[in-house]
Design a protein around this ligand. Sequence first.
Ligand SMILES: NC(=O)c1ccc[n+]([C@@H]2O[C@H](COP(=O)([O-])OP(=O)(O)OC[C@H]3O[C@@H](n4cnc5c(N)ncnc54)[C@H](O)[C@@H]3O)[C@@H](O)[C@H]2O)c1
Length: 435
Amino acid sequence: VDYAINLENEMEEKQIAPDGITYHTLFHGLMKSNGIEAVRGLYEKMVLLNFVPETRTVVMLMKFFCGNHHLDLGLNLWNYLMEKGSCPHDHALALLVTSLCSHGRVQEAFECAKQMLNRGRHMGKPVFHMLERFLRESGELDKLQNLDEMIKKLGSVYPPSRGHALGLLKGKVAIITGGAKGIGATTAKFFALNGAYVVVADVLDELGIALANSIGGSYIHCDVSKEADIESAVKLALTWKGRLDIIFNNAGTSGADGSITNVNMDEVKNIVAVNLYGVVHGIKHAARAMIEGKIGGSIICTSSSAAIMGGLASHAYTMSKGAIQSLIKSAACELGGHGIRVNCISPHGVPTDMLISGYRRFLGDIDAEEVSKISAKSCSLLTGRGGKTQDIAAAAVFLASDESEFITGHNLVIDGGYTEASTTMVHMYQDPKSV
Ligand SMILES: NC(=O)c1ccc[n+]([C@@H]2O[C@H](COP(=O)([O-])OP(=O)(O)OC[C@H]3O[C@@H](n4cnc5c(N)ncnc54)[C@H](O)[C@@H]3O)[C@@H](O)[C@H]2O)c1
């Protein structure tokens, strides 16, 4: 490599520009033996000479820059190629977008993708889905819509990835209680992405207002334990859009930990007031509006894995979530005659503030990442895969949409199989040892 570099210096002195294959070989050698500074040096010289590298060199450089966390160099290469009117290969875009997104630089990733599409070039489906996921998670719905339209203009339609089946809830009006953060907030974003008008109802006004503004929704301060508050949320939906199609009774609280022999009855009452009466209030007032509207509807309530097996939460929480599973059946029975479906979702091990604070009460100062790790390790049969808010939101989109029009009175358990099987005897599924 040193010998090659000397030759390259000599060529530079004699003002002989290397050709594409020479650059490729030099970069390749420098990457293997000399590291980033040497590669950067040669790259800068190449740029000064206004040389446009071969496609395979671009991909190799991008891989090297991104793989070594030199994203600014990756971006520099991208912009240089754009300036030169050269359209890099899909693979280079994939590398850059993936790295930028995973470093939280979603805006820049979006701009690169846009430049590519503006030049009439498609980007690969996996890149689109990655970008789509990050834009969705950071609430950049306008950009996502924009990307989608550009792709359609180029005559392509990418099959939607999970939660992004744009249009599943088109024109529907939904209320999400506890929608300011956690599972409720992700669901609000998924609903809006699918074309729903969302009323975010919560007691966390600042968070709720910011979220509602970002998704073109509406916010209302609503303590679900107070019947009048839920009634106002339903009224808001009706005055805003003239109808109510969906309510996601998701607000919940935890606590009242400890032995049943010492349980604090005020805490129990509070949990029942929010988790159970909150759901009753939601079903009651949403159903009234839906019956009046004569267009059916979907009522979704949040239960929990804790209602399926003991030992996962406090007595009061378990009891409140268990009652929801019975209630949705009787409500489905009555409301089915009006075309209204009533279902519930039972999440498990989703590292939201509720789960994290639960862990903290017993394990001391533990952060979100550690809780996610515990959840991925021991809260599902799918080794290494823990629950995410997106899993629940995607299920809520399904139950809210007409895709599930023949499903009612159902408890959709989203727990990676955790409550379905015990792994204590899993050795049985290995071939027996011969004795
Ligand atoms: N995270 C999990 O692993 C898990 C598992 C099973 C069930 N759940 C259930 O999922 C639902 C969402 O919880 P999360 O995990 O997103 O927790 P979270 O703490 O992140 O969110 C709960 C939301 O409910 C709101 N809320 C609480 N009390 C309220 C009230 N009285 N009125 C209106 N809003 C209120 C909070 O302000 C918050 O926005 C809850 O019903 C919870 O019991 C969660």
